[in-house]
Design a protein around this ligand. Structure first.
Ligand code: G6P
Length: 617
């Protein structure tokens, strides 16, 4: 969602904030702004549009201050205007505030503040919170000895707030201080030499420091150039734990590719190797996970899995469902996190929960995790970001280890989730009825997946040609069966999110029950038609499309014999084990949607209206 950067130190704050905002832009990008303290005053620069635009505006102003904060916005309250962009100032000009999240009771607070003479220039909940801080500061200026009146005003204001927030504030009366706090929106403090950075995402910090403190819900931090102190909303002191981020700034660069999405598609062989490294037993017959915190005996007691996730991660769960049911014979249920948390589903006592989230910050998935834990269930997280809220709150889990994913459309994170799902299926199957030999074959298939993906990536030029021929269509269907039905859903999602083409994913045979009405020469269908038991059924569905003049793009496996002339375009991927087929079959749909979006001139890495991680409900 929105991005937060703060700096307190000895260097020019504006330069560091702009660099951090550029790295965070993938989280939200409809407007941006920064505030710097100079000569006891807060100076604010804001623009609608990208950070690049903000940098141009900042260049016109001479900002030399060494304490400041900045924000990239993804609109929640109020349209995309300069007035609604952050930072917001209190009406007396004393406080500046940036905020991720939603203040749910902002209208009551606003009504109260209006009666006290506070004025508002934006429609945002953030400006309301900023004025609430100013109100408490004006009302109770005398803090106890050793207390910061600035910090105490923020603490008091937050006690009246319902909703979620990651905030950072400046106060003109305390020119070398910054106060930040979080509840459900991530905030990380970077601990440098004689300087501190604050960010909603580690990628904004790593060029300055890799030593970080992950703030927890309900914590506030007071930062000065020399020190920082953490306390809770109830004023209890917190001893900070300094962690080290294990990836480098180079991981978040484009390395000569045109887009992060392209880079992340092509680095999948390596990402998949990293995701499985060290995770097989010595006899190579099963998977091993160090972080599940469950003994084999405990896992044998599990008689149902429940998976919750959002977006692309939800598609990965559907594939995991297929593989776990197929190989381990344990029933699996998959739910959207946002639905699960409110629908009060009846759950079997021996259910094991998995939440899947690349960022580990998606608010609905975090809420689903909390709801499951509240009911006494153990929750495992499959997650890419070490130190994220979901990773910290889960009872155990499996890190994806694919490095930062910057492109908003998920690629390498998705295929690594597919891989980990396949490994979980293997692990649980081997605790039950899968034989040693079948386990060995399965492991061999998993170990071979980076090479299979490399082979599939060799189709890039061919797929680019198809993309150029099909980029002008306005409707697409993606059709697949069994474990490739979720990949059809993912194909439709990828295409719509980055190229704004209407697309739908369906189980191939269900196409007859509705979507077939859309078929004409104007609506191409992308079919997954791998070799195997249902190949002939898929071919029949293709024939039904062709009979209605629908163009067909077939993604098939080596050795499958499509009737000549049936498909207008054919993309061939290697034939492979069922456990890895969804991973290999994903590559063509990633490339197809990427090249179509490029052909249409779309902003691939920052598609309109989307954000990389959604930290509001
Ligand atoms: C957003 C992103 C999607 C992502 C989803 C879930 O909608 O645009 O790409 O799949 O959030 O994100 P998560 O970080 O929980 O996997």
């Amino acid at each position: 969602m929105c991005g937060i950067v703060g700096y307190v130190g000895t260097r020019k704050a504006a330069t560091i904030i702009l660099e951090g905002l550029k790295r965070l832009e993938y989280r939200g990008y409809d407007s941006a702004g920064l505030a710097i303290i100079e000569g006891g005053k807060i100076k604010v620069v804001k623009t609608v549009g990208r950070v690049e635009q903000l940098a141009k505006e900042v260049a016109k102003v001479h900002l030399t201050g060494t304490v400041g904060l900045g924000h990239t916005r993804w609109a929640t309250h109020g349209g995309v205007t300069v007035a609604n962009a952050h930072p917001h100032l209190s009406s007396d000009g004393k406080f500046a505030l940036i905020h991720n999240g939603v203040i749910e009771n902002y209208s009551q607070i606003k009504a109260f503040l209006l009666t006290k003479g506070y004025t508002f220039t934006s429609e945002t909940d953030t400006e309301v919170l900023c004025n609430l801080i100013a109100y408490h500061y004006a009302k109770e200026r005398k803090p106890a000895a050793g207390e910061s009146a600035f910090l105490e005003s923020v603490r008091k204001a937050l006690r009246h707030v319902e909703g979620t927030y990651g905030i950072a504030a400046l106060c003109a009366d305390f020119p070398d201080q910054m106060v930040a706090a979080r509840k459900a929106s991530p905030l990380i403090l970077g601990v440098g030499e004689n300087e501190y950075l604050l960010a909603s995402d580690a990628s904004a910090l790593v060029s300055s420091t890799r030593n970080v403190v992950y703030l927890k819900d309900g914590e506030l931090v007071l930062i000065t150039p020399k020190e920082f102190s953490i306390s809770t909303l109830d004023q209890a002191d917190v001893s900070p734990v300094v962690d080290r981020i294990d990836w480098k700034v180079e991981d978040a660069n484009m390395d000569g590719f045109s887009h992060f999405m392209e880079k992340e598609i092509f680095e999948q062989p390596l990402a998949l190797e990293n995701a499985m490294r060290g995770r097989f037993s010595e006899d190579s017959s099963t998977a091993l996970f160090g972080g599940l915190n469950l003994t084999p005996a405990e896992l044998r007691q599990v008689d149902r899995f429940m998976f919750c996730a959002c977006g692309t991660a939800w598609h990965a769960c559907l594939v995991a469902e297929h593989l776990i049911e197929r190989f381990a014979r344990i029933p699996v249920e998959v739910d959207y996190s946002s639905e699960f948390r409110y629908r009060n589903a009846p759950l079997d006592p021996q259910t094991l929960f998995f939440v899947v989230s690349q960022s580990g910050e998606t608010i609905d998935t975090l809420a689903a995790l909390r709801e499951a834990k509240r009911k006494g269930y153990r929750v495992m997280a499959i997650n890419n970001v070490v130190g994220s809220s979901i990773a910290r709150e889960a009872d155990g889990g499996i890190f994806q280890h694919v490095g930062p994913e910057i492109g908003v459309a998920s690629t390498k994170a998705f295929t690594s989730q597919l891989l980990i799902g396949a490994m979980v299926a293997l692990y649980v199957a081997r605790l039950r009825d899968m034989s040693f030999n079948d386990g060995v074959d399965y492991v061999k298939a998993l170990k071979g997946v980076p090479d299979l993906v490399r082979q599939a990536l060799k189709q890039a030029a061919h797929i680019k040609g198809i993309a150029q021929r099909y980029a002008h269509y306005q409707d697409f269907l993606f059709l697949g069966r069994l474990s490739l039905f979720p990949i059809a859903l993912e194909g439709a999602l990828k295409l719509k999110e980055i190229s704004y083409i209407h697309s739908e994913g369906y189980p191939a045979a269900e196409m007859k029950h509705g979507p077939i009405a859309l078929i004409s020469e104007k609506c191409p269908s992308v079919f997954f038609a791998p070799k195997g038991e249902i190949f002939n059924k898929v071919v029949s569905s293709m024939q039904e499309i062709k009979a209605r003049k629908g163009p067909v793009i077939a993604i098939t496996t080596e050795g499958a014999e499509l009737p000549p002339g049936l498909a207008d375009e054919v993309i061939t991927i290697p034939d492979c084990h069922e456990a890895v087929l969804p991973i290999v079959a994903t590559i063509p749909i990633q490339l197809l949607s990427y090249y179509i979006a490029v052909e249409r001139g779309c902003d691939v890495d920052k598609p309109r209206n989307l954000a990389k991680s959604v930290t509001v409900e």
